[in-house]
Design a protein around this ligand. Structure first.
Ligand SMILES: Nc1ncnc2c1ncn2[C@@H]1O[C@H](COP(=O)(O)OP(=O)(O)OP(=O)(O)O)[C@@H](O)[C@H]1O
Ligand code: SF4
Ligand SMILES: [Mg+2]
Length: 386
């Protein structure tokens, strides 16, 4: 979450930065071609008739000490991805490597050591804490599950953890209902930190909280990262939160990563039309830009069904730049700029961003018209929504 992380330079071979180590640090987690297809079964015999392709072939890595933000509309597969990398779900395909070890198909017993190193914080601090257990029992659960006896005893360690997350250690014997939403999320964070993890995956950690409390929890996560050297994957639909916490950001659409970039590059110069549309809805907290006419691109309609995703580029049904190739050929995720990978045939903020004289699909004309996008001959194709 630091602001001083610099943009990595491409390696000399020109390939993407997906090797064992990078200019920015050691790779802690590496995901290759990861898939999760939930089977759809019907009839008495429960025959499989199809599958929800929640995560459909994604590649990324997480470097030690960084925060990778993950964004995308509801149903894009963010939570499924979080559950796959923490191995709460079994992948359908692809691989997950943690510290160079393949953990893709480890069985429950074999996963035990890895469970100490990788922890998850959940969205809802109400349902994720057992109402019948005291805070002491909840925060000490990881010790019992792992058979670990902390130095100085469990109670002392739990009280230390409570004070680390800004709670009163004397509240050890209280129950979850006695705490506010923000305090409950702190309890969830204390539980996640109990075994001194290396990677924390937080799925919408603040979205169930009041706006006034959100900043406190975000700042707590930030402070803990500095103090404990944690690595985070933070899933959030609030792009302001993601901007605040992330070093790099992955944008997901319908089970795929469509853009993966350094935070500032993504916010100042997004290359995927979907990223651009998502970001166009976020107010820019920059007084110098006050009064500057903002481009606002409205994404109409829902994300299509992951049971039968659109052919080619999955975004083509909602994209104002879609051409025939977008419909037929899936664009691969490629590093078009140092530190910025994009999956698009006609990327934004790039020299050959225009579909040129290629005919736009009729759906693209409709989206463009709805957004007030002129059929442009150069520059930015999406000067939308005045
Ligand atoms: N256990 C499951 N069985 C079948 N389908 C599932 C299951 N879990 C998730 N899905 C489907 O997979 C897709 C991705 O869901 P997921 O919860 O990962 O999305 P998300 O990006 O986290 O959405 P949100 O922002 O609403 O939390 C959705 O279509 C969802 O309905
Ligand atoms: S221009 Fe084509 S490839 Fe790029 S996002 Fe739009 S539909 Fe997809
Ligand atoms: Mg989710």
């Amino acid at each position: 979450m630091s602001d001083d992380k610099t943009v990595s330079t491409p390696d000399t071979s020109g390939s993407t930065l997906t090797q064992g180590t990078t200019a920015d640090g050691e790779v802690l987690l590496k995901v290759t071609g990861l898939q999760k297809h939930f089977p759809i079964r019907k009839g008495l015999l429960q025959r499989q008739t199809g599958a929800v392709r929640a995560v459909d072939g994604i590649d990324f890595e997480v470097r030690k000490g960084e925060t990778l933000g993950v964004v995308g509309e509801s149903g894009c597969g963010k939570s499924t991805m979080g559950r796959l990398i923490t191995r709460l779900l079994e992948p359908t395909g692809g691989s997950v490597q943690f510290e160079g070890k393949d953990i893709t198909h480890l069985k429950t017993g074999e996963l035990r050591p890895m469970r100490r190193d990788v922890q998850m914080i959940f969205q809802d601090p109400y349902s994720s804490l057992n109402p019948r257990h005291t805070i002491g029992t909840i925060v000490s659960a990881p010790f019992r599950l792992q058979g670990v006896e902390p130095e100085g005893g469990v109670k002392k360690e739990v009280q230390r953890l409570l004070s680390v997350v800004g709670l009163n250690p004397e509240h050890y014997n209280r129950y979850p209902h006695e705490f506010s939403g923000g305090q409950r999320q702190r309890i969830g964070i204390a539980r996640a930190l109990a075994l001194n993890p290396k990677l924390v995956v937080a799925d919408e950690p603040v979205s169930a909280l009041d706006v006034s409390i959100q900043a406190q929890v975000v700042n707590l996560l930030d402070d803990l990262q500095q103090e404990l050297g944690l690595t985070y994957v933070i899933i959030a639909h609030d792009l302001s939160v993601v901007r605040h916490v992330s070093d790099r950001i992955a944008v997901m659409y319908l089970g795929k990563i469509v853009e993966l970039a350094e935070r500032d590059q993504l916010y100042t110069s997004p290359m995927h039309p979907y990223s651009k549309a998502l970001l166009s809805a976020v107010p820019i907290p920059d007084p110098k830009r006050r009064g500057v006419k903002s481009e606002r691109i409205l994404l109409k309609g829902d994300v299509p069904s992951p049971i039968a995703p659109p052919s080619g580029c999955r975004f083509h049904t909602r994209c104002w730049k879609a051409t025939e190739i977008c419909k037929t050929t899936e664009p691969p995720l490629k590093e078009l700029r140092a530190g910025q990978q994009v999956a698009c045939h006609h990327p934004e903020n790039f020299e050959d961003q225009q579909p040129q004289d290629t005919k736009l699909l009729s759906s693209a004309h409709e989206v463009a018209a709805e957004n007030g996008v002129e059929k442009s001959t150069g520059g930015d194709a999406a000067t939308a929504g005045k």
